[in-house]
Write a protein that binds this ligand. Structure first.
Ligand code: URA
Length: 271
């Protein structure tokens, strides 16, 4: 996936001043002293232009990609199980711990929460309005999950979820959700509410405990299967727009992820 940010090139001294919170004059001195490199090539002129995806170094230390200081940051992260989507926690490692090399990572937050044991696609950004757009139940952004269960899914599960089920421990019915079976104990589930433990609770109403839960899509933005767990990519504007587009039909998602899902099902020995 491309990582280029949609911004024009700017003067090196101006970008440095912003990145390091110094004056342009001080930035010029650093350049003159030969302490700055761009894409590992020593920089000599303050007026040299740097593009948003150029990498800027001070004394051989990466400061950051030039564009990151100018744009909001929107990252697609492949969350491993065992970390949590909070800004701080005493018990568990944070998703943000995986972004150790990302500058100003304290400004980044997860758009919504995946449970400790849930893995897959999560958006991390410093744009609060975008977080709201993705997570507010009113916005009804579709989220697609791959689930496996402890016992076979009952034959009527898809019809029940499509009508909207009620969990015995909750007062409000769930909005209609989609379920596409992939095997006896595996399925894709699409929800639009984002309620606490939503997928687990939906499956509980069908007498099943979720044994593996992985988010594959938000809107039409799919998890890139080549992105290994614990890694992220920076999204382009076009990719961000996909978050708000209609997702493909679950049948299409199942076909697109066929090899990936078969491997995952085989791993949990759930043919
Ligand atoms: N539904 C759940 O039950 N858990 C998640 O992490 C996400 C959706």
């Amino acid at each position: 996936m491309p990582v280029t940010l949609a911004k024009t090139a700017e003067r090196l001294d101006k970008v440095l001043a912003k990145l390091l919170d110094i004056s342009r004059k001080q930035a010029g001195v650093l350049i003159k002293e030969g302490r700055i490199a761009v894409n590992e090539i020593p920089a000599h002129k303050a007026q040299d232009k740097v593009a948003p995806d150029d990498l800027i170094y001070l004394d051989d230390e990466l400061i950051e990609a030039a564009g990151l200081s100018q744009c909001r940051r929107v990252l697609l992260f492949n969350k491993p199980a065992g970390c949590i989507c909070a800004d701080r926690d005493k018990r568990y490692p944070l998703v943000l711990n995986y972004l150790i090399d990302v500058p100003h990572r304290e400004k980044l937050h997860c758009a919504g929460r995946l449970d400790l044991d849930t893995c897959g696609l999560i958006i991390i950004t410093d744009d609060g309005a975008l977080i709201h757009e993705i997570t507010a139940p009113k916005k009804q952004i579709a989220k697609i999950y791959f689930v496996t269960t402890d016992v076979p899914l009952p034959p009527h599960a898809a019809a029940a979820l499509a009508r909207g089920v009620k969990h015995p421990a909750e007062s409000e019915r769930y909005r209609p959700a989609l379920l596409y079976p992939l095997g006896e104990r595996a399925a894709l589930v699409q929800v639009t509410e984002g309620r606490y433990h939503e997928v687990k609770r939906l499956l509980e109403t069908q007498g099943c405990i979720v044994t593996h839960l992985e988010r594959l899509a938000i809107g039409a933005l799919l998890l890139p299967t080549e992105l290994t767990r614990g890694h992220f990519v920076q999204l382009t504007q076009d990719e961000i727009s996909l978050l708000f587009a209609q997702p493909p039909a679950l049948e299409t998602v199942a076909a697109q992820f066929a090899v990936y899902l078969q491997t995952a099902i085989a791993k949990t020995s759930l043919s």
